[in-house]
Design a protein around this ligand. Structure first.
Ligand SMILES: [Zn+2]
Ligand SMILES: [Zn+2]
Length: 239
């Protein structure tokens, strides 16, 4: 039996006992954050130059130019004033968001917090933060509402209150796999404003924007209730 190096063994034992590092959620390398510094570099934020619906443009507009619109927004301009999307909704962020939303993996929420703490979050010049809610039945099954959790994080950052102004009146089926027309029909009158938002500039927070149909319908409910303007903020945008 080889001689035991007591000093080395003690060092390993103590580092195991006191080391607060956790395996990176994506590659398994131990780090003091849920996502290691290498994996963070894989998550590239979207450029700032985005359409009103959050879709990024490859070229920056001339300084004097108004922000351009994508073909869809030209044909049917959204009710909301602008969108800010932080990341593209693609691997590995889609996996992290889905793990959090559908499987209740709270460690994934810590990874999302980490992404937010690293991301530029310029103040969006609004009075109130309003989460885009899920239906109460879905919230009850899940145990939480991911947009509300994101809104709370942003509220701490921006020092503005969260107002759960919107109520989802119908448990709309998942939008995935539906055509644009089916999505619109699915969402008609899906939201009701239950707070006094008259004259307020609102920031509407969602985790993922897919086509923008849900944000359009939710904004319509807020503007009909008298909101001065609605800007959309989402963590990820489907491209
Ligand atoms: Zn990693
Ligand atoms: Zn657009």
């Amino acid at each position: 039996m080889p001689p035991v190096n007591l000093a080395a063994a003690t060092k390993v034992y103590c580092s195991t006992l006191f080391n607060q590092s956790v395996p990176c959620l994506l590659c398994g390398i131990r780090d003091d954050q849920p996502l290691c510094s290498h994996c963070l570099t894989l998550l590239q934020p979207l450029p700032n130059n985005q359409c009103r619906c959050g879709l990024p443009f490859s070229a920056a507009p001339a300084i004097s130019e108004a922000p351009p619109l994508c073909g869809r927004c030209i044909r049917r301009p959204p009710d909301f004033a602008s969108s800010t999307a932080l990341y593209p909704y693609q691997f590995p962020l889609d996996m992290l968001i889905q793990g959090f939303k559908y499987h209740g993996k709270l460690v994934n929420e810590r990874a999302l917090q980490q992404l937010l703490s690293d991301a530029p979050l310029p103040w969006p010049d609004s009075d109130l933060i309003c989460p885009l809610p899920v239906h109460w039945l879905r919230r009850w099954r899940r145990g939480f509402d991911q947009s509300e959790r994101l809104a709370q994080l942003l509220s701490r950052h921006w020092q503005r209150p969260v107002v759960p102004a919107l109520k989802r009146c119908r448990a709309t089926p998942h939008q995935q796999g539906l055509t644009r027309h089916q999505r619109q029909r699915n969402l008609r009158k899906a939201f009701r404003c239950q707070s006094d938002v008259r004259g307020k500039h609102l920031i509407l927070v969602d985790d993922v924007m897919t086509t923008g149909a849900t944000a359009r319908e939710a904004s319509r409910a807020l503007l009909t209730a008298g909101a001065a303007s609605v800007r959309v903020w989402c963590l990820a945008r489907a491209l």
